[in-house]
Write a protein that binds this ligand. Structure first.
Ligand SMILES: Nc1nc2c(c(=O)[nH]1)N[C@H]1C(S)=C(S)[C@@H](COP(=O)(O)O)O[C@H]1N2
Ligand SMILES: [Mo]
Length: 244
């Protein structure tokens, strides 16, 4: 229990169940400590906020489970199709040489990275599980460069609170800076010791193994740092925070 005192936490927790004025108190305290998810007040409301707050207080630095090589799934599900339109097949035909990952928003050095550049950075491999909210899952080995490395290269400004990420098929999602800096959050270009197949989001995918499958954006092509998610249309109809 770092900067927020146990008493404040208890107060916030009690207030959360104590009715409307209590919720306002809880919301104010939680807001000051970065404990309110941006979809607070939506259909997930207070329960969702308490889940997020509890996770952020108790498991801020925890890791998603990693597995042994023998546990890798023999037949992982590739869900969905490659992005529509002419651009993706054109980039693919060229072996994604023209492909770039853009990084912009609240950074000192906005720019973009080619696949060759990304592959030249320090790599991390991890065997983690993709868990879909629909009830299926698979385990695979993911290889890539930690998002934190890219963030350091870009120079994130201190006021940034979220990393919004965009995909070639139009999906958009976002994570907070705890997950953005987390060592297991990976800009992945490899899967099970080959290139990341297009069926699983190749050439590039964000792996966020501390959250459900839908937070792991396939066909990643842009990351934007921001201090608010107001006005950003996020894709998933599920809750914004999907910690597991
Ligand atoms: N760009 C993009 N990313 C996406 C999706 C998508 O439709 N488009 N589906 C999400 C969902 S709901 C899940 S469960 C996982 C599935 O990953 P898989 O295709 O490797 O099984 O990708 C996630 N990332
Ligand atoms: Mo999913």
């Amino acid at each position: 229990m770092s900067r927020i005192s146990r008493r404040k936490l208890i107060k916030a927790g009690l207030a959360g169940t104590a009715g409307v004025s209590g919720i306002a108190v809880a919301a104010r305290i939680a807001g000051q400590h970065g404990l309110i998810p941006p979809d607070f007040g939506g259909i997930y409301g207070c329960g969702h906020t308490l889940t997020y707050a509890a996770q952020r207080l108790l498991t801020r630095n925890s890791n998603a489970r990693e597995f042994r090589r023998s546990q890798i799934s023999k037949t992982p599900h590739p869900k969905g199709k490659p992005p529509k339109g002419d651009e993706f097949p054109r980039l693919r035909a060229d072996g994604f040489r023209e492909w770039r990952l853009k990084v912009d928003g609240m950074v000192n050095r906005p720019g973009s990275f080619s696949m060759a550049e990304l592959k030249s950075y320090p790599t991390r491999s991890q065997i983690t599980q993709v868990i879909c909210e629909e009830g299926w899952s698979y385990i695979a080995e993911w290889t890539g460069v930690p998002l934190s490395h890219i963030l350091n290269l870009a120079g994130v400004l201190p006021q940034a609170r979220y990393a919004i990420y965009y995909a070639m098929d139009g999906w958009v999602d976002a994570i907070d800076m705890d997950d953005a800096w987390h060592a297991q959050t990976l800009v992945a270009y490899g899967m099970n010791s080959g290139d990341l197949p297009v069926g699983h989001g190749g050439p590039l995918r964000l792996r966020v193994p501390r959250q459900l499958g839908y937070k792991g954006l396939k066909f990643l092509n842009r990351v934007t740092l921001t201090d608010t998610l107001k006005g950003v249309r996020l894709d998933s109809e599920y809750s914004w925070y999907a910690g597991i």
